[in-house]
Design a binder for this molecule. Sequence first.
Ligand SMILES: [Zn+2]
Ligand SMILES: [Zn+2]
Length: 354
Amino acid sequence: MGVTSPTAVRHVQLALDLAALGWHVFPLSPSNKRPLANCLDCQNNPHCAADDYTGCICLPDGQWCHGVRAATTDPTRITTWWRRVPDAVPAVAAGPSGLVLIDLDTHATRPPRDPAAELLPGIDLAEEQVPGGYGSVRNGIDAMHLLARLRGGHHPWPAGPDHQPVSVRTPSGGRHLWYRAPDDHLHQALSALGWQIDIKAGWSYGIAPGAVTRAGTYAVHAGTPHAPGRMPDWLEREVRRVAGPKPAPPPAPVVPAAPGQSNAAGYVRAVLDNGTAELASLTDGRKAALGALAYKIGGLLPWADLTPADVEDHLVRAGLASGLIYRDARRIVQRSLTNGLAQPLPAPRDSHAT
Ligand SMILES: [Zn+2]
Ligand SMILES: [Zn+2]
């Protein structure tokens, strides 16, 4: 009979306790704090690769493949997962749990080169009074205090349980502030609220309050997961300012449509343009849509006598403009282009190509 470590006992119990409160949990690897790896089926399944899970057999089957997408409140599922990896670190999916996480880092990095523009992007600090000067802002906690002072007025943090987040001290000295999300869902975090201040909403996640990792404990020092408070109004406004609006559309495509150019390349360009516009209008399923678009374009490349290099940059920018992060957009585009290229499409009937 194996010996279960106290940490493992704590972790399955912590996951079950949070799940009972409606927090959607899933396991992270105890060694690198990343979601446990997908199975081989999922790695080879084009639906899963493009983050369109319609063809995934693991998610409906209760497997942990796809990390945050598998997050659940089902005690049976949770018990099964932690029986398999007892020292897995529980993480919480923000959006499905009705939560938003403000993540304040204290990385020992150099301060931004242009603090007036970069400490609180979107707020021109050259126009504001920064008490103590830029040098007083040494980390995300300081940046948050500055934001609170500039936007929150005299009492930026209302007293009382209504606005008390679950406040967690991270092993590196940072803070996690778990708030109840506004009723209308926030977009996935599109960018940072400030220097070393990240917003985790939608399909973003954070390590569960109370979890113990090899680096240390995520210790709750105020608030309770039973009743996370709402963000103060000023903070909600700031979060919406960053997480709400869409970024600007991408520049014109690289595929040229010069006179004399083949109709085929022009057709591909039109598919790119339409797909880009469609992507920009999506709030859900952007990864799947980008994957599908890149897959289709990949299939058209041989017919249009183009190479992936002709379209990759444009596709990645289309992904960025829809709110995806660069790493995800590039991965999806490269993989889907390659997959599409392996399945060449016949000349489209509406292309009028010669
Ligand atoms: Zn799988
Ligand atoms: Zn899958």
